[in-house]
Design a protein around this ligand. Structure first.
Ligand code: NAD
Length: 285
């Protein structure tokens, strides 16, 4: 039997509708949610992302302001600029677009963003709340993955899950969020791949999440019958965007599966908007 497709665009649309209402209520009280984006240089991928962020913000009534800098900007200057935004009452959330030039230390700069304005949820304080099971501004992609899984209505308690990829912003927080739902979770990474045991892990997964960035790394035949499959990967192959999972083959074994594109991506952007609303509320607390 063919899997049900988890439609990220529809889920994102529902989140946006809720946000729209919240924006209207906040504006009635005189609070305008706003997102400040910082871009250094002109990376084409980041420019595409910025365009889609702006469109998404405008759709729900969030103000979007892009601050562009030349690649010659120093760490000190950038840090001072972020601190200025931290102190600006008109700014609800700040997003530092990647990649940054080599001369800038992304982690340190990201840590300069005040946790209450860290709408990407990547600061130590916000990640810490994930560990405690009470995310406030949660990491966007990990929160999006949880929304996508929730949309299936499947009871997570005691389920066996496998997270392939252990990045700070996706793999690690997703594993923690699932752990908090009493899921038994294994986290696989490059060393699992090198050891050759990746198929064994994947075959056990009732819930499989893949965030690696290697086209079709996960073979359809590895998918457990009836699994929920969340494909986070974004890869360009012969001019097309594909995920990390062999979609057509996996679809025949899974019960639910996200497409790429149109799965995790739109929901991640919707969570960014949701976090901007949360940040606005934190500001007026
Ligand atoms: P990353 O690029 O920081 O790390 C990749 C991970 O994959 C690491 O944990 C690494 O150990 C693991 N890995 C590499 N080769 C492997 C192998 N052969 N077997 C098993 N594991 C292997 O991770 P990231 O930043 O989470 O990004 C992963 C992918 O997700 C990328 O394609 C990225 O573009 C995509 N992504 C999508 C969204 C979205 O909103 N849709 C958001 C973030 C990232």
């Amino acid at each position: 039997m063919s899997a049900q497709i988890i439609d990220g665009k529809t889920i994102a649309g529902k989140i946006r509708e809720e946000i729209k209402e919240e924006v209207e209520n906040l504006k009635k009280k005189g609070h305008v949610p706003s997102l400040a984006a910082i871009q250094v240089g002109e990376d084409p991928g980041s420019t595409v992302y910025i365009r889609s962020q702006r469109r998404s913000c405008e759709k729900v009534g969030i103000e979007y302001k892009l601050h562009q800098f030349d690649t010659t900007i120093s760490q000190k200057e950038m840090s001072e600029f972020i601190q200025k935004l931290n102190g600006d009452k008109g700014v609800s959330g700040i997003i530092l677009q990647m990649p940054l030039p080599q001369a800038l230390d992304a982690r340190t700069l990201q840590a300069t963003i005040h946790p209450d304005k860290d709408v990407e949820g990547v600061s130590a304080a916000n990640m810490g709340m994930v560990v405690f099971g009470r995310p406030i501004l949660g990491p966007c992609t990990a929160m999006a993955i949880m929304e996508l899984i929730k949309s299936t209505g499947v009871d997570l308690y005691g389920k066996e899950a496998v997270m392939v990829g252990h990045s700070d912003i996706v793999g690690k927080p997703t594993a923690l969020l699932l752990l908090d739902k009493f899921v038994t979770i294994s986290v696989c990474h490059i060393a699992t791949g090198e050891r050759g045991t990746l198929p064994e892990y994947v075959k056990r997964a009732e819930i499989l999440i893949v965030a690696v960035g290697k086209a079709h790394l996960i073979k359809g035949e590895w998918i457990r019958e009836g699994a929920i499959v969340i494909d986070v990967g974004i890869n360009r192959v012969e001019g097309k965007i594909v995920g990390d999972v062999e979609f057509e083959e996996a679809k025949e074994r899974a019960s639910y599966i996200t497409p790429v594109p149109g799965g995790v991506g739109p929901v991640t952007t919707a969570i960014l908007l949701k976090n901007t609303i949360e940040a606005t509320k934190l500001r007026i607390r």
